[in-house]
Ligand binder design. Structure first.
Ligand code: NAD
Length: 270
């Protein structure tokens, strides 16, 4: 049978989650989606009304099918927010198991503040929504993942290099996510034969990135300075994720894979 993927963090057709879903669907996977509760209604309505039909088209001309959309809140305070354990339990009841888990979400309420100006609340909220959310998601899904399965998250180079403007503890959150990728690769690998990797993606004009406020500048900077002087498409990240989730990557775990036109390798811009 084909593989089944759960992708957390899709609320429109502009982000990395959508592109990853498409690449996995093109490779034959069944697609389940977790959508943030406040965005759920509009996402499902738009899907139903055909608003995304153009961007659902796969390379073979067919349309990507999303089998089911689950409400998900990665920072739950109450049961109505639908935390990860509730979502994993519903997926288990509906489908039994999955093979691929994708975490494509982040949130930092003070992202536009310098780290020096960030409050304890803002810092911890960024870590909670962007880093612990992955630990929790994997923790609750690992028991229903088939051995040999794979898990992928999305990170950003601000974790290891200074990117002014990526504030509010979001750089710290990505550093935690990358470190956790290694420890989780060990634990999930030994215990369940699950691989755990993260993709350090270049800049994309997603809804979340537009909210940060400097995305056009980052895209221009990359086009000017990266070894490959082209705009990065979400599809290129989607394809890398499909590779990491496939048996072609069966010995790859605990890694940060750069999908950024090579910008990470530059020391100075020229
Ligand atoms: P996006 O807006 O498509 O995705 C972010 C998603 O997170 C949204 O669907 C949003 O609803 C969801 N979300 C936010 N808070 C949530 C919560 N508490 N619970 C559940 N869901 C929540 O934007 P994107 O840029 O594609 O982001 C996906 C991932 O890619 C993120 O981890 C982001 O940091 C990473 N990334 C993005 C870029 C970029 O330039 N866009 C670069 C590198 C890494």
């Amino acid at each position: 049978r084909g593989k089944r993927a759960f992708i957390a963090g899709i609320a429109d057709d502009n982000g990395y989650g959508w592109a990853i879903a498409k690449s996995l669907a093109a490779a034959g996977a069944e697609i389940l989606v977790g959508t943030w509760v406040p965005a759920l209604n509009i996402f499902e309505t738009s899907l139903r009304r055909g608003k995304f039909d153009e961007s659902r088209v796969l390379p073979d001309g067919s349309l990507m099918e999303i089998t089911k959309v689950y409400p998900l809140d990665a920072v739950f305070d109450s049961p109505e927010d639908v935390p990860e354990d509730v979502v994993a339990e519903s997926v288990k009841e509906d489908f039994g198991t999955i093979d691929i888990l994708v975490h494509s979400l982040a949130n930092g309420p003070e992202v536009s503040k310098h780290l020096l100006e960030t409050s304890r609340y803002g810092y911890l909220a960024a870590i909670s929504a962007s880093s612990y959310s992955y630990v929790s998601l994997l923790k609750h899904f690992v028991p229903i993942m088939n051995p040999g399965g794979a898990s992928i998250s999305l990170t950003y180079i601000a974790s290891e290099r200074i990117i002014p403007g990526y504030g509010g503890g979001m750089s710290s959150a990505k550093a935690a996510l990358e470190s956790d990728t290694k420890v989780l690769a060990f634990e999930a690998g030994r215990k369940h034969r699950i691989r755990v990797n993260t993709i350090s993606a270049g800049p994309l004009r997603s809804r979340a990135a537009k909210a940060i406020g400097f995305i056009d500048m980052m895209i221009d900077y990359s086009s000017e300075n990266a070894p490959l002087q082209k705009e990065l498409s979400a599809e290129e990240v989607g394809n890398a994720a499909a590779f990491l989730a496939s048996p072609l990557a069966s010995a790859i775990t605990g890694t940060v894979l750069y999908v950024d036109n090579g910008l990470n390798a530059m020391g100075v811009g020229v």
